[in-house]
Design a protein around this ligand. Structure first.
Ligand code: NAI
Length: 217
């Protein structure tokens, strides 16, 4: 698979394939046709064949896909093999919710440290992990070599902290702060999450539906 040869939209669909295939595998399904998988996922069979062909194609004519092998192969493509050491900065509302509800291990991450600068939070535990003072961040990174940081802090704090985090070896950011790190740093990958954008897309889709319904009248 050539680097950069797979479109962003295919990559965005991979976790969904992975989730559906896990559910199928857990339900005992051994193989599935592209048509059946498409119906379950609300896609078309040709879309599924096109997507999976980007990675070399896994199906066999007349047989369909072997659910377990496809599940494992997509997991391998997504890099889920070796969990990446991860730290979370900002143990406020968002940081707590993420820590409590996200199954990091199954997604290829190993949450090893949580940091905050609020003295009232330091020493408390979330999901069995003790919140540490952010002043301990440097020593922690030097000793444990995390490569991923989850930023659940305000924009200004993220601007101040990110230089140190990059210098300490953080290569990937799951970024909830409204600061676009990619503009300032090279050699890192950033997944920005803006729940507000997602909500705005819902608003757009509703507006589209209204427009279509008005056109029909
Ligand atoms: P919060 O105020 O409950 O938590 C923020 C935490 O970050 C606090 O515990 C604070 O002590 C800590 N903090 C601030 N500066 C720090 C630093 N330099 N080092 C370590 N810890 C530091 O806020 P909440 O609700 O958890 O939101 C966190 C941030 O995420 C906010 O800035 C908010 O705008 C943003 N946000 C983004 C969303 C998105 O979709 N991208 C959705 C919700 C919030």
């Amino acid at each position: 698979m050539a680097k950069g040869s797979v479109s962003a939209s295919v990559i965005r669909r991979l976790p969904r394939y992975y989730r559906f295939l896990r559910e199928l595998s857990e339900a005992g399904t051994v193989r599935i046709s592209s048509g059946d998988l498409a119906r379950k996922m609300g896609l078309t069979a040709s879309q599924i064949r096109q997507d999976l062909n980007c990675f070399g194609g896994f199906g066999q004519q007349g047989y369909g896909y072997n659910v377990k092998s496809l599940y494992e192969e997509i997991g391998r493509i997504m890099g889920l093999g070796t969990p990446r050491k991860t730290i979370l900065i900002g143990a406020g509302n968002l940081g707590r919710a993420i820590t409590q509800h996200m199954d990091f291990a199954s997604r290829g991450f190993d949450l090893t440290g949580i940091f905050d600068c609020n003295p009232e939070l330091i020493g408390r535990q979330i999901a069995g992990i003790t919140i540490q003072n952010s002043t301990a961040l440097y020593d922690f990174c030097v000793r444990n070599h995390p490569t991923v940081a989850i930023l659940c802090i305000p924009k200004e704090a993220a601007i101040k902290l990110s230089r140190d985090l990059v210098a300490l070896g953080i290569k990937g950011f799951w970024n909830f702060s409204h600061y676009d790190l990619l503009l300032d740093y090279e050699g890192i990958v950033v997944e920005n999450v803006h729940l507000g954008d997602s909500l705005s897309i819902l608003c757009y889709q509703l507006a589209e539906m209204d427009r279509e319904n008005n056109d029909k009248k």
